[in-house]
Design a protein around this ligand. Sequence first.
Ligand code: NDP
Ligand code: BG6
Length: 648
Amino acid sequence: MPDVDAIIPGDPCILVIFGASGDLTRRLLLPALYHLACDGLLSSKFAIVGMAMDAWTTDEFRERMTVQVRQFTTRVPFNEAVWADFVGRLHYVPGKFNEPEAFARLGTVVGGLDVELACGGNVLFYMATPPSVFGMVSSALHAAGFTKLGAGWKRVIVEKPFGHDLASAMELNREMLKYWREDQIFRIDHYLGKETVQNLMAFRFSNGMFEPLWNRNYIDHIQFTVGESVGVEGRGGYYETSGVLRDMIQNHMFQMLAYLCMEPPVSFAADAVRNEKAKLLDAVRIMSREEIDENAVRGQYGPGRGPDGATLPGYRQEASVSPTSSTETFAAIKLNIDNWRWEGVPVYLRSGKRLWKRGTEIVVQFKRAPDVLFRNTAASSIDHNRLIFHMQPDQGIELRFHAKVPGTAMRLQNVNMRFAYGDAFQASRAIGYEVLVYNCMIGDATLFSRTDLVEGAWRIAQPLLDRWSTATPSEFPNYEAGSWGPKRAFDLLERDGRRWVEIINRDVLEKVPLFAGSDPAFQNSLLMTLEPDVYELGDYIFREGDSAEEMFFIARGEVEVIGPDGKVVKTLGGGDFFGETGLLTSRPRNASIRALAQTDVFVLKRSDFKKVLTQHPEFADSVERIAKERYKLILAASLVPVAGKAAP
Ligand code: NDP
Ligand code: BG6
């Protein structure tokens, strides 16, 4: 990575995008390149040549990208001046990847631009194509003489998935290495472009405080969760051949695992970092068939309901998915790392589609302090300290520890300290591809996978793929769309006396009309005030007539809403919320809520809500308006401070 935070544009080069008419190009790649242009990080000697089968002209390509980049950029407002220059650098060559004439035409265009812009012969090839044609494109480039062009560097970015299993990844590596040297190949994993993922290294190695504790002596276990609320989003055909193990765990999650658990590298030089990552993956225990049955859980979503009550189709009902599909859309795995640092510290990973919320989090749970001092006090138990990395959509780091509850007795409460990226830094939201493409342009391969890393990751996944391909799961589908995932994923930890740490994030607040669309800083402040609480089966959370002091978010479980006539009006489950008028008014409750199962809820108290509004008076207006429009409530002056002025 560049070691100074200055605007140093990438090397002069021609970027050739294979698959320029595809989804990746329009949604992520071109917008990211435009962001680099906005930040002055593209050389003035730079051009893009797109290639795909569509018979477009350069003008048509420019017109389409003008529409699509505007649609997918995360930068507001759109910078017309930058775009006017950028769009003039776009070129298009139609052609099929198995047509030598197309590559001859490409050679002419690239050669012409190289001379015109004085790029010094530097060419970056980006394979934004289905993986099945990576080899075909490489061999066509070779046949057309691109790999041997004299002056300047030639680099190739290869998209994921890199291989379908260990054997095909090894074969693809062999094929690529026939035409390119290892230092020319940049295998992309877009998670490594995320600031929060890169921050794992910064956090670990720039803070003297935690690294001494980063081992089996102090850490009880580690959890990785990558939850997605979306389904397969029209990609059923691809997903049928993939499943969550290949799509998320083998690549994105193992990359994060490597960053979190590797030994300190001797420097940030690409190979120093990648050596340590490779060593870590090598130390992950390869599971036997029996261990897989014991330590890995897979799931597939069935029909369910979204938080808004809308019906969600099951995976088998998605387009291009077999009605008897055994593809897993969820997996939870317990891994062991057989090295000196981590021996005996389990690492639990879980990922799934159509879960109740989107959220990527890493929880490092420390060993408990001895409770000897607190045994005869009002402190009921000592909990674990936890360090939580919020990767997305919230970006931040949270430390959970105990504090004494004010009062005469020795009572403890879990409290947290939280750093939110958005509060500390004022950076525009990046797509993640910016840093990856830029690093490739400057020849820094730190954030890209090497042959051994890719193969190491497949080596861990392969026994699971083998086992799951032979044993068809009779219980599929085994979790409802919009739920927490299969129960067995919870049993996996409960068996070890542990539980998943559930994190509530901004997505949940987005579903509450009162908070939807509000500023992330406002939402983050709200999230930090949420208090967890648990109700047993049959408990009343509140009864009709009770004074309303708070609202509730259901993390897990089920409740019924009982009307004044004693009849059940509806039931609510994970992801639902209730009692929101309790934030706005102290009017007594007009219904009762009773738990139908053990139900974990997050509580937002009116007093805390008021504090947050006091810190963010600029949101008072919109809260007041929504209260009026949706709930027909005029808010008490004591709750809503005057906009723009902090309440006393
Ligand atoms: P698309 O199917 O949308 O695009 C594929 C592109 O490749 C199209 O431009 C297509 O041209 C072109 N193409 C395919 N075969 C040929 C051929 N034989 N000759 C010429 N052109 C060909 O795929 P995506 O853009 O979604 O994905 C591309 C890669 O990026 C994949 O490896 C994917 O896994 C990866 N990726 C995608 C992400 C995404 O969000 N889309 C995210 C992360 C990775 P035409 O349209 O003319 O057929
Ligand atoms: C892609 C997967 O690699 O990552 C998708 O193919 C998944 O299935 C996506 O949805 C998740 O990426 P992000 O950045 O939204 O977490």
